[in-house]
Design a protein around this ligand. Structure first.
Ligand SMILES: [Ca+2]
Ligand SMILES: [Ca+2]
Ligand SMILES: [Ca+2]
Length: 657
C-alpha cells in the first residue's frame, strides 16, 4: 500500500512538473487532473503565421473567440468542419456562426464519413495539437481532478516530422475537390499553403489509411500483453483479433464506457464487449463522474508501442471518417500512457477512476405473433418477437404443455435493430386442433438472460375422431354433478372446460352412495370389450391429486358377471401418473391399470343401448376433460401422451343431456 501511494505521488509530481512549462515542446496533457485548455489558448494567442483548425464539433466559445480575434488581427485561419454534429451538439451551431461571421474561411465535409479530426496546427510555432477530445468546455479541464472529468489525453508536439505531416494532410483535405464544399468565406480555387512533406510513418490518417488493418497487424504481432482504453467498440475486427490474442496466451485488459454499452445507436458495442468479456479479457469501466471514457488508446506491451488518436474501434473510424492516429514507440509517449493506464486500472490515486465491468441482461422479448390464445393457426407457425437491441441468442421453449419444454438452445438470431424489427423462429409438423405453448428466453453474448411470458395458440382443423363405435365424452358436460365436483373454463381442455375437485388432502375409498361424483350417459354394445381412458390433470402435478373411481350401471366381466356397479363399493381405479415415480405434467391419458404401459381389464356391458358412467372422487385435486371407451384404435394404445398432452378428440357416442 505504501508502495502504491508513493508511486501515485510521484506520478502527480511528474505530471505537475511537466505541465509547468507553458508550451511544452512535446507532451501529453491528462484531462483527468490537468488544465489542457490554457496551453491551447496560449498557442492560439501566441500564433503569428497561421492556424489550421479541424473539428467534429466545438462548443467552447473561448476557442472560437480567440480564433476570430487572431483572424481580425491578420493571422490567417482555416477551418475544416462538419454540420453533422449540430443535431446532437446544438452549441456547435452558434460556434460555426461565430467563426463564419468573424470572416474565417470554412470548408465543410459534405459526403462520405464525418470530420472526426480534433486538431489545430500552429504554423509559426511549428506545433500541432491533436487528440480524441472534442472542443467542448469540459473535454480539456477537469471539474474535480480524478473525480469528475472527461477521459481525454491531449497531445501537443513540435516534432517537425509530425507537424509537417499534419500540414500536408491538412492541405490535402483543403484542396480536395470531392466530398468537401465551401461553407463560408471561401471563393475561387483552394490552394496548398505549405510545401508537401512525406507523411511520417508513425501517423495514420483515415480515410487515406486504414486504422483497423494497421491496428490488427499490431495486435497479431503482440506476444506479451495488450491494454486499451476505448470509448466505442463496434468493429469486430478489433475484438476478433484481441480474442485471438487471448487464445494464444496474451492477456488483454480493456477500460471502456458503460454509456456506450446501453446506447441503442451503438447497439453492437455491447455485443463486442460481452464477447471480449466471455473470452477472458479483463474489463473495467468508468468509475468517475463526468463525460465518458472517451479516449482511444492501446498499449502493446511487448512492442512498447502506443496507439493513440481519434479513431474508435468502429468501421467508420477505420476507413471512412477523417481521423488522425499515432502508432508510436517513442518512450516518453509509451511511458506516459503506461502510467496513466496503471493509475486508472488500479485507482492508484485513491479516487475511483475505474470500476469492474458487470455484463447487463438484455430486454425481455416482446412477442408479436401468433397472438396469445390465437386459434386457427396452420401446421407450420412462425414465432415472432421483438428482441430489443441487446439480445443475440435465444432459447426456444415450445410444446403442448403449459410449461413448454426447451426445443432449441442458443439460437443465434441476432438483435432487433428497430422497435418493429422482429426475430423469427418457425415450428412445423404441428398437429391439427392442438394447443401449443411457447416462451422465448433472450440472451446476450455474455449469457445474461431475460425471459418472456408463456403464450399459446391453437392449430386449425377439426379434432381427430376416435374409431367407429367408440365413445368420447367431454366430462365437463356431465348433467349430474354432486358434491365437490365443479366445472371451470380452461382453454386447454376439451370444449374449453374441465370438471374437477379442489385439493384439500382428502383420499377416499369407493362408496355405494358417494357425496362427490358426476354421471354421464352413452351408448355401447353388448359383448364388446371397451378400453377405458381418462384424460386428467393433477393439481400441482402431484401424485396425491391424480386418481378417480369409475363405475357403470350395468358393466360386466368378459364372462358376464356384474362388476364396478354404481350403488356398490366396487369400482375400477384410473390413476393418471403412469407409475410410481413416472411423474405428472399437465394433461395426461391413462387407463385403469397402474404401471408403465400396463393395461387394465376391459369394460363389457350386459346390454346394447344406453349406459351410465359415474366418476367418484378418490384423491381430491384431480380435473378431467375427456372420457374414452374404445373398441377400436385405442384398444391397446392411449389416445395421447401420459404427460404434457394436447390431444382433444371429437365427441362421440354420448347421449345429449
Ligand atoms: Ca395418486
Ligand atoms: Ca395404464
Ligand atoms: Ca389430493
Amino acid at each position: 500500500m505504501r508502495h502504491r501511494v508513493h508511486i501515485a505521488l510521484m506520478a502527480v509530481c511528474l505530471a505537475l512538473a511537466s505541465s509547468g512549462g507553458a508550451l511544452a515542446a512535446d507532451r501529453l496533457c491528462d484531462v483527468a487532473h490537468e488544465n489542457c485548455r490554457t496551453p491551447l489558448l496560449d498557442l492560439i494567442n501566441n500564433e503569428q503565421v497561421g492556424i489550421d483548425v479541424a473539428f467534429w464539433f466545438m462548443e467552447d466559445s473561448r476557442y472560437s473567440s480567440a480564433l476570430v480575434a487572431k483572424w481580425r488581427a491578420g493571422v490567417p485561419v482555416r477551418v475544416i468542419m462538419d454540420t453533422g454534429a449540430n443535431g446532437v451538439y446544438p452549441n456547435n451551431v452558434a460556434i460555426l456562426k461565430a467563426l463564419k461571421d468573424g470572416g474565417i474561411p470554412m470548408l465543410e465535409k459534405t459526403s462520405g464519413g464525418i470530420v472526426h479530426w480534433k486538431t489545430m496546427i500552429f504554423a509559426g510555432q511549428n506545433v500541432v495539437e491533436f487528440s480524441g477530445a472534442n472542443y467542448s468546455p469540459h473535454a480539456f479541464v477537469p471539474i474535480t481532478p480524478y473525480e469528475d472529468y472527461v477521459d481525454e489525453v491531449i497531445y501537443f508536439t513540435d516534432n517537425p516530422n509530425l507537424v509537417n505531416s499534419f500540414k500536408t494532410r491538412y492541405d490535402d483535405v483543403w484542396t480536395s475537390t470531392s466530398g468537401y464544399t465551401p461553407y463560408a468565406n471561401l471563393t475561387g480555387t483552394r490552394t496548398r499553403v505549405y510545401p508537401t512533406f512525406t507523411i511520417d510513418s508513425q501517423l495514420n490518417f483515415p480515410p487515406y489509411n486504414n486504422f483497423a488493418t494497421r491496428s490488427v497487424g499490431r495486435y497479431n504481432a503482440e506476444t506479451v500483453a495488450i491494454d486499451a482504453i476505448m470509448f466505442r467498440i463496434t468493429d469486430r475486427r478489433h475484438t476478433d483479433a484481441l480474442i485471438a490474442a487471448i487464445g494464444r496466451g496474451v492477456p488483454v485488459r480493456l477500460i471502456t464506457e458503460q454509456n456506450q454499452y446501453r446506447d441503442p445507436k451503438r447497439m453492437w458495442h455491447s455485443w463486442n464487449v460481452d464477447r471480449l468479456y466471455m473470452a477472458g479479457v479483463k474489463v473495467r469501466q468508468r468509475g468517475h463522474e463526468g463525460g465518458g471514457m472517451h479516449q482511444k488508446t492501446t498499449l502493446l506491451r511487448g512492442q512498447r508501442m502506443a496507439i493513440f488518436g481519434s479513431s474508435n474501434w468502429t468501421s467508420a473510424s477505420a476507413s471512412s471518417q477523417l481521423e488522425h492516429n499515432l502508432f508510436t514507440t517513442a518512450a516518453h509517449v509509451y511511458d506516459f500512457f503506461d502510467a496513466e493506464f496503471d493509475r486508472k486500472w488500479n485507482n492508484l490515486t485513491g479516487h475511483i477512476e475505474t470500476e469492474p465491468f458487470v455484463p447487463l441482461p438484455p430486454d425481455a422479448p416482446k412477442y408479436a405473433s401468433p397472438a396469445n390464445s390465437a386459434s386457427g393457426q396452420g401446421l407450420t407457425v412462425t414465432l415472432k418477437w421483438n428482441a430489443g437491441y441487446y439480445a443475440h441468442k435465444y432459447d426456444i421453449y415450445f410444446g403442448t404443455s403449459s410449461t413448454p419444454p426447451l426445443l432449441a438452445a442458443n439460437v443465434e438470431l441476432g438483435p432487433s435493430t428497430t422497435p418493429t424489427d422482429y426475430r423469427r423462429y418457425a415450428v412445423s409438423g404441428l398437429r391439427e386442433s392442438t394447443t401449443y405453448y411457447w416462451k422465448i428466453v433472450s440472451k446476450t453474448m455474455a449469457n445474461r438472460t431475460a425471459a418472456g411470458p408463456v403464450w399459446n395458440f391453437r392449430t386449425t382443423g377439426t379434432a381427430p375422431s376416435a374409431g367407429a363405435g367408440d365413445v368420447v365424452l367431454y366430462a365437463a358436460k356431465a348433467p349430474v354433478r354432486a358434491g365437490k365436483w365443479s366445472v371451470a373454463a380452461d382453454g386447454t381442455a376439451a370444449g374449453g372446460a374441465r370438471i374437477g375437485t379442489a385439493n384439500a388432502g382428502v383420499k377416499l375409498a369407493a362408496q355405494a352412495s358417494p357425496a362427490d361424483y358426476f354421471e354421464m350417459t352413452f351408448t355401447a354394445e353388448r359383448g364388446v370389450g371397451y378400453r377405458l381412458w381418462l384424460r386428467g390433470q393433477a393439481t400441482s402435478n402431484s401424485w396425491s391429486n391424480d386418481s378417480a373411481f369409475v363405475q357403470f350401471n350395468d358393466s360386466v366381466t368378459s364372462s358376464g358377471s356384474a362388476v364396478y356397479r354404481i350403488g356398490t363399493t366396487a369400482a375400477t381405479t384410473v390413476t393418471i401418473e403412469d407409475c410410481s415415480g413416472c411423474g405428472l405434467s399437465g394433461w395426461g391419458w391413462n387407463d385403469n391399470a397402474y404401471g408403465v404401459g400396463a393395461l387394465g381389464p376391459l369394460i363389457y356391458f350386459a346390454t346394447t343401448g344406453e349406459h351410465r358412467i359415474r366418476v367418484q372422487m378418490r384423491e381430491d385435486g384431480l380435473s378431467i376433460d375427456q372420457i374414452v371407451l374404445s373398441r377400436g384404435p385405442f384398444l391397446s394404445s392411449a389416445p395421447g401422451a401420459t404427460k404434457n398432452d394436447g390431444t382433444i378428440l371429437q365427441q362421440a357416442g354420448g347421449t345429449a343431456p
